[in-house]
Design a protein around this ligand. Structure first.
Ligand code: FE2
Length: 446
């Protein structure tokens, strides 16, 4: 049945469509002096068939790509001169996506960005533009307070707004955060039709999700960091070498790389001023099979990533060193789960990780993956963990509200997001509901 979709998703024939940027601009991997800008050239400037229900005959929120050329014009807010990147051809091999690293930027500076398209070759006219803006990270000695936001587990079919997209994007934008971290399960290849068992459907699901107006409005302004997890690479609890239908592990990675702004390595850290540095470890590409018996050789991170983690976290002089994790480190998680550091299936590495993180001054964990919001404290080490919770109430579940364990300081089986306010003398970690209302606040001091 899903074989019908690729036909409907082919690029529009030349001349039949005006170019557009229905998937907006994604601003990623922002540092004090660089950013990665992403764009996808589309046949129209918004999605077609914007209805809730997908059927094989009428796929919803269709966003066909368009072959052509794209570039970015970048202007520092107070400058008269702008710079442009090279015209770059996009086609179906990359799902009409393009991304480029812009460097030589100034810290804590607002940049205006215009994505431009042309479809008639060198002599062709500019056929579409899309504006965006972002502020670079501050220098490492900046003491200016900042707020960032964190989310996870967003699914098209459990959205709470099928006209605009998940409400949390509007709520998070209202906080005007310095940046955003999406900790994984950005979408679900293996839940609800059409299951993404080959590349065309996998790409369709990215195009559909990121055509929601709330998403477009958010990402054109807020620098973001994406972490991948199982459902947005392949399928539930995935590890390297697996397949999902005809979709291979390598294809899953390729699509991730084309749809999301990338750094050189999938694990990386970012400094935002004097008081905070965030670590974004990678939990899928280097892992042992979940089914392997636990022991000292069983790993989620692999030795190279472990070396980076230990050296960079010990070497950082940021007041708060925040470990952002796609999956729980402290938990508690359900007994039947087998793919994260809070589970018995990775007990050896889980103990090593909790002990290490607890030895790093100013460290706490922020994680995604679980479909409930929580704060927990590891009974053995005292390590704090904040689960941001799923992107909508309809996506919440998997834990009972009255199942409060000794580790829990807060538990709410609902959707929402997390905000973290970094001030010179404290960090304020707030769970919000989908409307943005605070539902729990924790204050941590260095
Ligand atoms: Fe999830």
């Amino acid at each position: 049945m899903h074989r019908l979709i690729p036909l409907l998703l082919l690029a529009a024939p030349a001349g039949a469509a005006a170019a557009g940027f229905a998937n907006g601009v994604k601003i990623g991997e922002v540092t004090p002096d660089s950013a990665v800008l992403w764009v996808r050239l589309t046949a129209h400037d918004e999605a077609g068939n914007r209805v809730k229900q997908w059927t094989p005959e009428a796929p919803n929120w269709t966003v066909p790509g368009l072959a052509g050329e794209v570039r970015f014009r970048i202007t520092a807010n107070d400058a008269e001169e702008s710079r442009t990147t090279e015209w770059t051809a996009v086609d179906g091999d990359s799902d009409f996506c393009h991304q480029t690293t812009v460097d030589g930027l100034e810290p804590a500076t607002l940049y205006q960005v215009v994505a431009e398209a042309r479809t008639g070759g060198e002599t062709g006219d500019e056929t579409a533009t899309f504006d965006a803006s972002f502020r670079t990270a501050p220098a490492a000695d900046s003491e200016t307070p900042l707020t960032f936001v964190v989310s996870t587990c967003q699914e098209f079919d459990t959205s709470d707004d099928f006209e605009n997209g998940h409400k949390i994007y509007r709520s998070m934008l209202e906080l005007d955060p310095a940046f955003f971290v999406q900790t994984g399960d950005t979408l679900y290849y293996d839940r609800k039709k059409p299951l993404a068992k080959e590349m065309a459907t996998a790409r369709y699901r990215w195009n559909r999700m990121y055509a929601f107006p709330n998403f477009v409005a958010f990402h054109r302004r807020i620098p973001s960091y994406w972490m991948h997890d199982d459902h947005d690479l392949l399928k539930d609890d995935a590890w390297p070498g697996q397949t999902y239908g005809d979709l291979t592990w390598e294809q899953g990675l390729k699509i991730w790389d084309e749809q999301i702004p990338q750094s050189d390595k999938p694990y990386r850290s970012f400094r935002w001023g004097e008081h905070v540095e965030i670590w974004l470890p990678e939990g899928r590409e280097f892992r042992s099979p979940n089914t392997m018996p636990d022991g000292p050789d069983k790993t989620i991170f692999g030795e190279e990533q472990w070396r980076w983690l230990e050296e960079s976290m010990r070497g950082s002089d940021a007041t708060y060193k925040l470990f952002l994790s796609a999956t729980p480190v402290v938990g508690p998680d359900r007994d039947r789960k087998k793919d994260n550091h809070a589970n018995a299936a990775f007990e050896h590495e889980g103990q090593r990780l909790r002990a290490f993180l607890n030895s790093v001054p100013g460290c706490f964990v922020i994680n995604g993956d679980r479909h409930w919001q929580y704060q927990s404290v590891d009974e053995e080490t005292g390590l704090n963990e904040f689960g941001c919770g799923p992107a909508s109430d309809a996506h919440a579940g998997g834990w009972k509200q009255d199942d409060v364990r000794p580790e829990h300081r807060f538990l709410r089986v609902k959707g929402g997001f997390l905000s973290v306010r970094i001030e010179p003398t404290r960090a304020v970690v707030t769970h919000h509901d989908v409307e943005g209302r605070p539902v729990h606040e924790a204050i941590l001091t260095p």
